[in-house]
Design a protein around this ligand. Structure first.
Ligand code: ATR
Length: 287
């Protein structure tokens, strides 16, 4: 079914910059697959203008949005209601227009877990997990990792206070702990290491952490994809991680979670992921 621009409901992804976002392509593919008429665009929103841009979008019939860097915390603040997982994250990546208000959710964690357990066929249960970073991305995935049954979650961040705050928000003192980055060598080994820092995006060359973090079962996950993911993925391979996964599958799965929230239909992510993966060498931005 082709979309009818005059009646199609309006959706968009907001970010700054946004030109390279894959979300319009992903949602347009989901819409074609499920026969749902929608228009999905990428809207550049400088942080200072985001609230006004979102208001104008709603006034023009906008029914839902995705939010990416650097606006996820701002989106959280603009919502009348948020889901529990968005509240813990303090960040919103999915907006739903309901009764003239924005409702916020965060599908990043569910998307990550679905990619790892579904597409990659990996079992997260019982794994000792290390989460690197405590920004919006880390806060989005941490609750889902606990829900997925990891044994323990150790959070390490360059600024330790943010790791402490994340662990407090998780509310599971028996399972989630913060540690200092400088003490990584004393933390033993992990079966799951998730890089949720933006170090690769800031152009920092290389990623450094002790190889002693890795054991023969370690799954290493980078939440970014494309060129910015390369330093951590290279470290993970050099350290001998058994499985190494980038964030492309998570991107597609978090989009599917959002699509289901909006339209009540779960799309088949397989073909969309395969098409993007085939072009991954050309993808250079995080979404
Ligand atoms: P995002 O939404 O991608 O999480 P963010 O909220 O700005 O973006 O968080 C960026 C994360 O990457 C933070 O954990 C940040 O550490 P700080 O809290 O200390 O700033 C981390 N980060 C960024 N650059 C880094 C670097 N060069 N080395 C280590 N951590 C870095």
């Amino acid at each position: 079914m082709t979309t009818n621009q005059s009646t199609a409901a309006r959706y968009a992804v907001f970010g700054h910059p946004i030109a390279h976002s894959l979300s319009p392509r992903i949602h347009t593919a989901f819409a074609a697959q499920t026969g749902i008429a929608l228009e999905y665009t990428a809207i550049d929103a400088p942080p200072a203008q985001f609230a006004a841009i979102l208001d104008a979008f709603a006034a023009g019939g906008g029914r839902g949005g995705n939010v990416t860097l650097p606006l996820k915390e701002a989106a959280f603040a603009l919502c009348a209601q948020v889901s529990e997982r968005a509240r813990i994250a303090g960040a919103v990546n999915t907006l739903v227009r309901n009764d003239g208000q924005w409702h916020g959710d965060n599908t990043d964690g569910a998307g990550l877990v679905r990619d790892l357990t579904g597409r990659q066929g990996l079992d997260l249960r019982g794994r000792r997990a290390l989460l690197l970073g405590a920004g919006g991305a880390a806060r989005g995935v941490a609750p889902a990792l606990l829900d997925a049954g990891v044994l323990e979650l150790v959070v390490v961040n360059r600024t330790p206070e943010r790791a402490d705050a994340l662990v407090d928000a998780l509310g599971q003192p028996g399972r989630a702990h913060s540690r200092y980055w400088d003490d990584l060598a004393d933390q033993g080994d992990f079966e799951l290491i998730v890089n949720a820092t933006s170090a690769g995006r800031s152009g920092d060359a290389g990623f450094n952490a002790p190889f002693t973090l890795v054991n023969s079962r370690t799954l290493a996950v980078e939440l970014n994809y494309g060129e910015v993911a390369i330093p951590f993925l290279a470290w993970a391979r050099a350290a001998g991680c058994r499985d190494v996964v980038d964030g492309l599958g998570m991107l597609v799965e978090q989009a599917a979670e959002a699509f289901e929230l909006w339209h009540g239909v779960r799309p088949d992510t397989g073909p969309v992921y395969e098409a993007l993966r085939a072009q991954n060498a050309r993808l250079v931005t995080a979404d």
